[in-house]
Design a protein around this ligand. Structure first.
Ligand code: GDP
Ligand code: MN
Length: 376
């Protein structure tokens, strides 16, 4: 998950990196007040999760509070590379003497991090990297060793950064490690006319696998995703929406993946991936069914379960319980095999729901669900 600039700024500040005073708002009127509180002048910056804001007109220097209000009015509602701007950050302007570029990024193929740094930072860094690659230093960082002073000196030397940046390089590494980030980038890191080193812009990408211990930024992926995916995520379901018409529910990611293939092989398209995992209680089954059935594109649902540690009769119990809770509106094809399959099938037969039918093989069940979906 990417953070907004103002969130990255907050993390930098917490780790002792100097950043300009700043505040966020979605109102031009409030922007005027913030500018006044910052001393009159302000840099007004679009808060969007994409780069190149400056070039797109999303960063404006305002000479007084009225100009800040006007700048905010212009920037709010802009669209920057498909990202609508609904908040701006107002920052105290900094007198820039030099602009540098520094970042740490995970290098997956090498199993290391990479420190990337340049004395030619600023909005043209991509062009610099393309035209003068020697102006951009790339130094591997062993994650087990990290960036301490000696390493930071090496990075600064290689990039031609002044010695005052060494402290920032060490602190930035701490941001990366302590916040579970895959990328931290400061462009520009500036030296002011007064000789201070200030992080003027920040980009941080957090590792989603560490989300469980980094809840402070909220679950933005769920909030911004497809509404059904958001609902599923809120219920703790492993659901991915696809664009077909056969809803798919199974236990175990591998089984669900192959079910998607088999459905596709039968000439239909899967509407989703949903792995209900090992539990398969009535609760999970009801939640899963209700999410899958809420997709208007779904014409039939295929439940494919191979009983291993979770026995089929427990899953059948879950399905029967779910049928009491969720109104079934589309045909449901169930395939139960493996541990206690016969008992599971008997339980479902006993429920005798008119829209539920059982097929004993995976291929047969997929064919049936595909037929029901394409005939509907
Ligand atoms: P980006 O275009 O999305 O990377 O946005 P930045 O926050 O990096 O701003 C782009 C450029 O605006 C920077 O490289 C600076 O040249 C300029 N800029 C941003 N903040 C200030 C500031 O406080 N003072 C001055 N003089 N220029 C700034
Ligand atoms: Mn920038």
């Amino acid at each position: 998950m990417d953070l907004y600039e103002h969130q990255a700024r907050e993390l930098f500040e917490e780790h002792g990196i100097v950043v300009p005073r700043a505040e966020v708002t979605d109102s031009p009127g409030r922007a005027r007040e913030i500018a006044r509180a910052l001393g009159g002048r302000a840099v007004v910056k679009a808060q969007v999760k994409t780069g190149g804001r400056g070039k797109a007109g999303g960063v404006r220097l305002a000479a007084d509070p009225a100009a800040a209000e006007e700048a905010a009015r212009r920037i709010l509602g802009m669209d920057i590379k498909g990202h609508p701007v609904d908040t701006v950050m107002l920052a105290e302007p900094v007198d820039i003497e030099r602009e540098f570029y520094v970042s740490y990024v995970l290098d997956r193929s090498a199993g290391r991090f990479l420190a990337i740094a340049s004395a030619a930072g600023g909005t043209e860094i991509e062009q610099v990297a393309a035209e003068r690659p020697e102006a951009v230093a790339r130094i591997p960082v062993d994650p087990a060793v990290g960036v301490h002073t000696a390493m930071a000196v090496r990075i600064a030397d290689a990039a031609g950064l002044p010695p005052q940046t060494v402290d920032v390089l060490v602190r930035l590494w701490k941001v990366l490690v302590r916040e579970d980030a895959l990328l931290v980038e400061v462009n520009p890191l500036v030296r002011t006319a007064q000789g201070r080193i200030v992080a003027l812009d920040g980009k941080v990408t957090l590792d989603d696998n560490a989300r469980f211990r980094r809840s402070r930024w909220g679950d933005e992926r769920a909030a911004s995703a497809d509404p059904l995916e958001a609902r599923a995520a809120a219920k703790g379901l492993n659901y991915v929406r696809l664009d077909g018409e056969v809803g798919v529910i199974g236990n175990g990611a591998g089984l669900v993946m192959s079910t998607l293939d088999v459905v596709a092989g039968c000439g239909a398209r899967p509407a989703n991936f949903l792995d209900i995992g090992g539990g398969a209680s009535a609760r999970v089954m009801a939640d899963g069914l209700s999410v899958v059935l809420s997709d208007p594109a779904v014409k039939s649902v295929l439940v494919n379960v191979f009983g291993g540690i979770t026995a089929c009769d427990a899953v059948a119990d879950g399905i029967v319980g779910a049928l009491d809770e969720v109104r079934l509106t589309k045909p449901l094809v169930v395939r139960l095999d493996g541990n206690n399959a016969a008992r599971g099938r008997a339980l479902l037969d006993a429920r005798a729901h008119p829209l539920v039918e059982q097929v004993t093989t995976m291929d047969g069940a997929a064919r049936r669900a595909a037929r029901l979906a394409t005939a509907a």
